[in-house]
Design a protein around this ligand. Structure first.
Ligand code: SAH
Length: 272
């Protein structure tokens, strides 16, 4: 479901400003955490790395292969996947600050990484067929033109290359109250789109991809919104009254959005 039309510049500005707080709220990654069940008491950083591991396990790149990370944040998943599989990961982001931080963090011994400032919905700065696999971990959410970004991904992948998309999904058409919370969250965090399962299928197919698996893991990741809200609330103490009030409102919004039963989380495996 289309929500807004944030420009890549606006998304870049959001991440230039908010990356440090988001890293603190999500334990070094900028994506949701995965917990097995209510008894799983993994800390947030372990849980967000776990989601990276679920993406890696679905890509299963062979040693030496080239992998594209579409919307790489500060590169923690790229570094982890490159080290775990001994592959070269290229990350693109629209935030100059994220490129700078990512370039400072070395990959694990077995792999290598590089980070580039680029808008994935424009032309990706790589030749056709130059990657063996690609993943988009919570970046499609910010991109209004899914057709453009998905067809760019198909273009730069070799035929048959694996693709993993991990992002929010909409489980059903929301009622007015739900829609109001989604709209507020979208405005605060520059969301462009939260697709339904059938929208994901249609868009991936239109870009020439075949879906291998679609899993809604929403109930395993939901806890992140509440724990991130706590971190934002605690961080607000160090700021002036107005900023603290804005941060408290953001924390309320995270709790309100995280509690929406209509919001799930799609973990999609496809091939180009
Ligand atoms: N995948 C990372 C970061 C997720 S945050 C992680 O899991 O930690 C969303 C990311 O998507 C940011 O890095 C943002 O810069 C990137 N992004 C959003 N729109 C983009 C676009 N049009 N092109 C490239 N990257 C984009």
């Amino acid at each position: 479901m289309h929500l807004g039309q944030p420009t890549p510049e606006a998304v870049g500005r959001l991440y230039d400003e908010a990356t440090d707080l988001l890293l603190a709220a999500m334990g070094g990654n900028i994506h949701l955490g995965y917990w097995d069940d209510e008894d799983d008491d993994s800390p947030i950083g372990g849980a967000t790395d776990r989601l990276t591991d679920l993406v890696g396990a679905r890509l299963r790149p062979a040693p030496g292969q080239r992998v594209l990370d579409v919307g790489c944040g500060t590169g923690r998943s790229a570094a982890r996947i490159s080290a775990d599989y001994g592959v070269h990961v290229t990350g693109v982001t629209v935030s100059a600050y994220q490129v700078e931080v990512a370039r400072r963090s070395p990959p694990g011994a077995a792999g290598s990484t590089e980070f580039v400032l680029a808008d994935a919905a424009a032309r990706l700065p790589y030749p056709d067929g130059s990657f063996d696999a690609a993943y988009a971990l919570e970046s499609l959410l910010h991109i209004a033109d899914h057709e453009a970004v998905l067809s760019q991904i198909t273009r730069v992948l070799r035929p048959g290359g694996r693709v993993v998309v991990a992002d929010a999904c909409l489980r059903r058409r929301p009622d007015e109250g739900t829609l109001a919370v989604i709209a507020q969250m979208s405005a605060a965090f520059q969301f462009a789109d939260i697709p339904t399962r059938s929208e994901y299928h249609e868009r991936l197919a239109a870009a020439g991809m075949t879906v291998i698996e679609y899993a809604d893991i929403g109930e395993h990741v939901r806890r992140t919104y509440f724990s991130a809200a706590e971190t934002v609330r605690a961080a607000a103490d160090g700021f002036d009254a107005q900023t603290a009030a804005e941060m408290a409102a953001t924390a309320d919004l995270l709790v309100g959005f995280g509690a929406l039963p209509d919001i799930g989380y799609a973990l999609i495996t496809a091939s180009a």
